[in-house]
Design a protein around this ligand. Structure first.
Ligand code: PEP
Ligand code: MN
Length: 359
């Protein structure tokens, strides 16, 4: 029997696994059968058309792999998904009775392709996994979801895959997770399953578990992990792939915190912490409001004395003074600089209004 819902069944997170690329009939079938035997995999994945960054890399087996995917599906009884980058690919997937597709990070960046794929998918029963775009632009990711919704693909057939972003930060992972962007998408589309791709985030099998555990702690709905019958011989993404048996051990070591508990002590502590946080948040914003009123006063004296708003030396001093307290405050330098930046921008806005005689 083929199950086709992408929504986790509530008992455990959704697990999608399979090789980065289908390389040969025997590599695909052996990997998929070993994955199915673990009993821990809900959906199989394998790429046929590989969008590679460099032209000399293995670019996938293309159309001839469609039959192998169909065979893997029949032999394991598991649904199968593959990556598409054009309407022609979607036609191949439909023609071979596969269950779903994923839009790769290099395709999500391109609204023309996403539109073409959405139109080809509309009216079919395909499940659609939408990976985040290569660069950290949530609008493109959201735009891709909207394109599918607009052509009438029901939201229950869609899911998001967070595979990290290509930024200048290559440490310790291949792709920077920038977790907050995944949460931004969850806020925009609360009913979409959010699946983490530790393979493409980590880029290294030694780091898969920590990324998967992080996703579990952050309440992701599932994982997509690359698995190969002999990972070191893989033609693409060899460093990040693991055998089906290693995958099974990895999945057993990830612990998924339950989303809620009815334990009375837990509920009391949670309620007390939440009310303390609400109180502190209120104080933080009252203080910020007072701070802006002082900024208005500065604006007025600057106006009266014909002095420029922006005094960079003074601001650099303020920032350095606060950042120097980073370890004492137990707040990261990055966080302090981000908050100070936001405060400074608001202050400049306020002083600008005063200068324009609006206050
Ligand atoms: C893949 O899943 O093999 C792949 C190419 O992923 P991404 O689009 O995330 O790079
Ligand atoms: Mn890959």
């Amino acid at each position: 029997m083929v199950h086709s819902s992408l929504t986790p069944n509530g008992k455990r997170p959704l697990v999608i696994a399979g090789p980065c690329s289908a390389e040969s009939r025997s590599q695909l079938l052996e990997t998929c059968e070993r994955l199915a035997r673990t009993g821990m995999v809900d959906l199989l994945r394998a790429g046929l058309w590989k969008p590679r960054t460099r032209p000399d890399s293995f670019e996938g087996v293309g159309d001839r792999g469609l039959e192998w995917l169909q065979e893997a599906r029949e032999r394991t009884g598991l649904p199968v998904v593959t990556e598409v980058a054009s309407s022609r690919h979607v036609e191949g997937v439909l023609h071979h009775g596969l269950d779903g597709i994923w839009i790769g990070a290099r395709t999500t960046v391109n609204p023309f392709l996403v539109q073409e794929i959405a139109e080809a998918v509309a009216g079919s029963r395909l499940q659609v996994l939408i990976k985040n775009p290569m660069h950290p632009d949530v609008e493109l990711w959201a735009g891709a979801v909207e394109r599918f919704l607009k052509v009438g693909v029901p939201i229950t057939r869609l899911a998001l895959v967070h595979r990290g972003f290509s930024t200048s930060n290559h440490w310790p992972y291949r792709n920077d997770p920038m977790w907050h962007l995944a949460f931004d998408m969850r806020r925009r589309f609360p009913s979409l399953p959010l699946i983490c791709d530790p393979s493409h985030i980590a880029g290294d099998r030694a780091l898969l578990l920590e990324v998967a555990q992080r996703a579990a702690n952050l309440n992701f709905d599932g994982l997509i992990i690359e698995s190969h019958r002999s990972p070191d011989e893989a033609l693409s993404d060899a460093r990040q792939q693991i055998t089906p048996e290693t995958l099974s051990r990895l999945l057993q070591s990830v612990s998924w915190p339950s989303q809620c508990s009815l334990d009375a002590e837990y509920l009391r502590t949670l309620a007390a912490c939440r009310s303390e946080i609400d109180q502190l948040d209120a104080e933080i914003f009252d203080l910020l409001s007072r701070r802006m009123k002082v900024a208005d006063r500065i604006g007025r004296v600057k106006r009266e004395n014909d002095v420029m708003i922006l005094q960079s030396d003074r601001w650099a001093e303020v920032v350095e003074r606060i950042v120097a307290r980073s370890s004492e405050l137990r707040l990261s330098e990055h966080f302090l600089r981000t908050v100070l930046d936001a405060i400074h921008n608001e202050s400049i806005e306020h002083q600008g209004e005063v200068m324009r005689n609006e206050k």
